[in-house]
Design a protein around this ligand. Structure first.
Ligand code: HEM
Length: 176
């Protein structure tokens, strides 16, 4: 049981590292590099960003799914069962309240990630494939989507850091 718990916690921490680390890499290295004001970069940057986004999707959703599975497993190994969820005892006491906060942030994170993948990403891709005839309207819409995606990226990173903080509270105590 102890080895299983260690393995599950290890997977949880590795998945959190992959999820947060790849967001930092994307925001700190990939997107600034592709925004370089150089015609060669400008020509390939949007297609490259789309390709990177699509390839990254499996890793991103895979690590989120692993976080959810190992998180539920950790709760089971801490002695919580489905009955605690239905009866509300899962969210009682300082541990339960910290868990409730963490899960609320996770729900918001999943909603923003879905919005990004289902709405904003496909819109940006469609804009690239069939740009509007007016070049000024095209430039404005591209800039709007870029700002929106950047804002969402920041929100996802800050939320993920807050979730990791709540995770440490759960694991080590010191509840707020
Ligand atoms: C983006 C999503 C998540 C991130 C970044 C994250 C991150 C973390 C981190 C950094 C820890 C601290 C580990 C340690 O200090 O040993 C932790 C612990 C924990 N997390 Fe998560 N987590 C996420 C999602 C979830 C979900 C969805 C659940 C529940 C369904 C969950 C349940 C737990 C539990 C119960 C612990 C305490 C483990 C223990 O000590 O037994 N986490 N998490």
């Amino acid at each position: 049981m102890n080895a299983l718990y260690t393995l599950s916690l290890w997977l949880h921490i590795v998945a959190a590292g992959v999820w947060i680390g790849s967001m930092v890499f994307l925001g700190a290295a990939v997107t600034p590099a592709l925004r370089r004001p150089d015609p060669d970069y400008e020509r390939v940057a949007p297609r490259l960003l789309e390709e990177i986004g699509l390839r990254y999707r499996a890793v991103g959703w895979g690590s989120l799914a692993l976080l959810l599975l190992t998180g539920i497993f950790n709760l089971g190994l801490r002695g919580y069962g489905w009955a605690d969820l239905w009866e509300g005892t899962l969210f009682a006491g300082p541990f339960g309240r910290a868990l409730l906060w963490k899960l609320a942030w996770v729900a918001l994170l999943v909603a923003i990630t879905l919005w990004h993948d289902v709405r904003v990403g496909p819109r940006a891709a469609a804009l690239l494939r069939s740009p509007p005839p007016d070049p000024e309207a095209h430039r404005r819409e591209r800039e709007r989507l870029r700002r929106l995606a950047a804002g969402m990226g920041w929100a996802m990173l800050l939320l993920s850091l807050a979730i990791a903080y709540w995770g440490v509270l759960l694991a080590r105590g010191g509840f707020l």
